[in-house]
Design a protein around this ligand. Structure first.
Ligand code: GSH
Length: 84
């Protein structure tokens, strides 16, 4: 995998569960940070992505560029195309 991923999520969030169900089905393992339990993760998300909405996928390219992808459907589509 040339890109690095981190999924920002919360346990109770339906949209996060949808992404996690896709990951499980596809056999994709990526690190996750819970913004409800982890204040540092919540700060990272808000500072980096611009808002605290979850799920959000942090994408770090090979050259170190960081992008923040919101919207569960967009996250699933992206990972299906790039990580599956
Ligand atoms: N359309 C979005 C909905 C995401 C959403 O509503 N997330 C809620 C939690 S279930 C949230 O983070 N709300 C707080 C906020 O937007 O700051 C998606 O499919 O990902």
């Amino acid at each position: 995998m040339s890109e690095q991923y981190v999924l920002y999520k919360q346990d109770w969030c339906f949209f996060c569960r949808r992404v996690r169900a896709f990951l499980a089905d596809a056999g994709i393992e990526i690190p996750m940070r819970d913004t409800m339990r982890d204040r540092e993760a919540d700060r990272e998300l808000r500072d980096g992505g611009g808002r605290g909405t979850v799920p959000c996928l942090r994408i770090t390219s090979e050259d170190g560029e960081v992008r923040w992808l919101y919207e569960s459907r967009d996250i699933i589509e992206y990972l299906d195309a790039h990580a599956a």
